[in-house]
Ligand binder design. Sequence first.
Ligand code: TYD
Ligand code: MG
Length: 452
Amino acid sequence: MKKKILFECIECGYQGPKYFGKCPQCDAWNTMTEVDAEKEKQDIDSVRIKPVKLSDIDNLEIKREITGLQEFDRVLGGGIVPDSIILIGGEPGVGKSTLLMEVSGILSKKNKKVLYYSGEESAVQIKLRANRLGVDSEDILLLTMGSLEDLKSAITEYKPDYLIIDSIQTINAKKGSMLPGSVSAMRFVTGEIIELAKRNHITGFIIGHITKEGHIAGPKTLEHMVDAVLYFQGEIKSDLRILRAEKNRFGAVDEIGIFQMTKDGLKPISDPSLVFLQQRETIEPGIALFPAMSGMRAILIEIQSLVTESPFAPNPRRICVGFDSYRMSMLISIIEKKLKLPFYKSDVFLNIAGGITLKEPAGDLSAAAALISSYKNKAVPQDLLIIGEVGLTGEVRPVSFVELRVKEGIRQGFSKFVVPAAQGNIGAALPSVDISLFPVENLYEFYKNITS
Ligand code: TYD
Ligand code: MG
């Protein structure tokens, strides 16, 4: 029988019977490599999990391991679920190893045995990092620069409670059997590790490097194999780091954890509103603050807008950072139609400060306020927060979690709140402090009463 030949893209994992210079799925050049189709099939066949009767499964509540590193626990849905496998992705240098060494330290203090595999750094380098983080324990075992076989024997010998793989790209299966770092090798190794972990009741954290360009680079193709996928993000230049769940079988995916990278490790930031707001005495025209929801937390963010006379009229520039550009175009058209403000002569920029993305329609009215404020060169009152979705006819529609948003505003010292008319009666649900609610029906009413 003729051997079946299969080609695979090492960037995105695309497979096909033909060689391409340029991958037909992700358009990367020279990334197709030949893989052994029979072997691939055997790899899949070798992972066997036996069926169990539904009635035999204990329905005891899962006992999560709470690390006490609150921002980390939060993103996992309230602590680590035992026996789960968690993939942590992020660009090199963002702090993945730091985070997991800190977590290892915490776990070892709780008398858990941690096996930390690193294929990137020497034992001395890891020790230096651990020193810096104040982590030192007999219960943390290091395995450096090994292969899958070394890892297997270490697991059998030491029976750790937790396994950390730093990073999945650096583990090779049996010499020469697969291209190290290729998607198929990574998938194979991950499958083996998962099987090993599940069989030995080990909770595993797998680090995966993500390239600058690559949403589709390697680790993405592992997402379906693991229980949770967290992404660690941050501008390397700034010290702010955000941990976000992309997938979580045991919790919500919209929670974020916020950390600051300091000289001695990652420190959780418990009052995130303060981070995203620039500390300033007065608010400039073009700026509106908005209590955005992140999971079950409201966080104040800053919407910045710049509306300037355009050299390109009647085709002015419309640029958004962290905000949907179609949504901004829609808001601009509503403003033009309902408020008769001629934006078509102006370049418009809209930016969400702090590198975050605002996806909630509840921020429409705030974004509109920022645009109008810059256009009119008149600042939004400093103690005012604006909440509401704007519909195509300019109506202000109710939003979710309006009380939580207002409460966060109150906590941060705001006293005036514009809310959708349909939610003007939330006063009773709020703390009894001296605040004013301004319910508005539509954009025009908002414009006439609040901004003029
Ligand atoms: P690291 O955890 O090695 O990143 P990754 O594993 O994601 O590649 O951390 C990278 C950066 O963090 C490195 O430039 C040094 C810095 N850092 C600190 O600022 N403080 C610290 O306590 C530690 C351990 C690292
Ligand atoms: Mg690292």
